[in-house]
Design a protein around this ligand. Structure first.
Ligand SMILES: Nc1ncnc2c1ncn2[C@@H]1O[C@H](COP(=O)(O)OP(=O)(O)OP(=O)(O)O)[C@@H](O)[C@H]1O
Ligand SMILES: [Mg+2]
Length: 235
């Protein structure tokens, strides 16, 4: 569904990504792991057109989207749950969700909203409250709901479990798996490496802008370098 080929990007003189090759097959969950500053968020931003690639290609369902405008990329079927959630704290829960559908002009937006409320009943209960009054976990649910409102085929999640209590983290991972089982392909950036490898089919390890390791997630989880660097040592 998504293929990055020899993708390079950065910020001025900072070469954050160097010749990245990465594939997300349709229907799968692919996890991207790596230390702070490795370039994970930059991968997400460049896919979404938030920063322009310096070289290389981004193919979505065979179509080259590198350098395309973000609204175009969203309309093609990609959606990002950004790092830090970016909830509009002075808008209501409902308004935040509606923002996710602002590019749609079909007549199924209300039906999709009801589906989001079924998945996250707390969002329906709180729909008139301001986004900023929600707990961290509820804000993450809202950020995921908002992203789903654009009906993505490929959902990008950037550190969805960050800063959340363990029970809430478990909920978030369950929700990601459910969304995937219902047919949405997922590219997941996570610092919770153990969980990220458990739910993924494939995984990539990013080290200072380069892919150092990739393969089936079960194999990556057994790799001694990954165990030492990200899983707290040997088994
Ligand atoms: N807006 C920016 N301007 C300049 N440099 C940036 C900017 N954003 C990120 N960088 C740099 O690019 C590199 C990759 O950053 P990025 O945010 O993609 O890493 P990350 O893997 O998402 O890290 P984290 O785990 O902390 O979220 C880092 O060296 C970072 O300092
Ligand atoms: Mg990041």
């Amino acid at each position: 569904m998504l293929r990055l080929q020899q993708l390079a990007a950065g910020y001025g003189n900072i070469k954050a990504l160097k010749n990245i090759d990465l594939t997300v097959p349709a229907g799968s969950i692919v996890s991207l792991i790596g230390a702070n500053g490795a370039g994970k968020t930059t991968v997400m931003k460049v896919i979404m057109g938030l920063i322009k690639p310096e070289s290389g290609q981004i193919l979505f369902k065979g179509q080259n989207i590198s350098g395309a405008a973000t609204h175009k990329i969203v309309s093609l079927g990609l959606s990002l749950v950004p790092e830090g959630r970016s909830i509009l704290s002075r808008m209501t829960v409902l308004e935040n969700l509606e923002m996710g559908a602002c590019q749609r002009n079909d007549n199924e937006v209300q039906a999709d909203l009801q589906r989001i409320f079924q998945r996250f009943p707390i969002l329906e209960e709180r729909k008139s409250q301001l986004g900023g009054t929600l707990s961290g976990g509820q804000q993450q649910m809202l950020a995921i709901g908002r992203a789903l409102m654009s009906r993505p085929e490929l959902l990008l999640l950037d550190e969805p479990s960050m800063g959340l209590a363990p029970l809430v983290v478990a909920d978030i991972f369950k929700v990601i798996q459910e969304i995937n089982q219902e047919g949405t392909t997922v590219l997941l950036v996570e610092q919770n490496v153990r969980q990220a490898l458990k739910i993924a089919k494939y995984a990539y390890v990013l080290e200072t802008g380069r892919i150092s390791l990739h393969g089936q997630a079960v194999d990556i989880a057994k790799d001694s370098r990954v165990m030492e660097a990200y899983l707290g040592g040997k088994k």
